[in-house]
Design a protein around this ligand. Sequence first.
Ligand code: SF4
Ligand code: SF4
Length: 339
Amino acid sequence: MIQTKTVAFSKNSTNIFFHILTKCNLKCRHCYINPGQHGKNTLPLSVITAWLEAFAQDSHSKNLIFLGGEPTLHPDLPAAVECARNLGFGSITIDTNGYLFHDILSKVKPNEVDYFSFSLDGAIRDTNDRIRGAGSFDTCIAGIRKANSMGFATSLIFTASSANIHEVDKLPPLLKDLGIDRFFIQIIGLRGRSAKESQTRIRRQKLQIAKSQWLKTIPRVAGRIAEFGITVTYPKVFLGPAENFECAGLVADNYFVFPNGRVYRCPLCEDFALHSLIFKNNRLVPAEKLNERDLFQLNIAEGCVMNKLIQPDNLSYDSAGKPQYKIACCLLKEEIRNE
Ligand code: SF4
Ligand code: SF4
């Protein structure tokens, strides 16, 4: 039976999204990496180890996601995985665009990496390659098949926007054929390159998706995919009248770590110098005020403060100027599985 649940925020587990470099071989249209804010460093293994040790000290169960840029461009990624395993991280995921540099699949083992998580932004080649670059669809598909054939668990991330929402009904058969274990749908956020694009294209082609289109499309397609035994996760985005708003920055334990040492608790803050923590001499210390923590406290009728500041086009008001709904924390997820 298909079950849908909202995944409650937890203080008992820690999620560490560790960008070990910002270099990438692709130039995706919606890339959220912003070298002006995140640096251009490739962290040496000694620093990766020191920062992992800093997080390992807390006693919660810890989920680690290696990110970039493209993390497989880092020649020491296998050693970083081994270090994280030895430090007791509970689950380890490598996010990749599918190019799988440095023959990574033969340098780590399925019992060391819980998931290889691939990114595809179209159900067909033309759409994906228009967003992510020529050749990226075929390379990603080949990478997923190779990872599966070598015994790795795989997931797929799809960033929904006005550029690809029209073809999400083509996704279920593709995902079934690929044999992936988990499917994550993200909604386009106006960060990094997509924030620039939304300004420079003068909103001729808005990337954001309207509430009605999101609600009419995403839960239905997610349910169809879950019927194949694939766990599907997608952001809640719009809160119903009876649903409570919570800011993950206050009630969850997420860390978004960048190679210039900045550590954010909120991904929507990453385009700004609003990080609440920073690595100094390999020690994680509070950053100067004002920072994202000061924003998390604000209680506004629209829900998420950062959403209102950076991407208010998804809000709607009645004739009296009252918001018609709240926007959920971008980290609040719905999960659908076949149980
Ligand atoms: S979205 Fe990922 S794969 Fe695409 S350019 Fe950015 S870091 Fe590279
Ligand atoms: S997305 Fe909004 S609600 Fe979520 S952590 Fe950031 S500021 Fe808080």
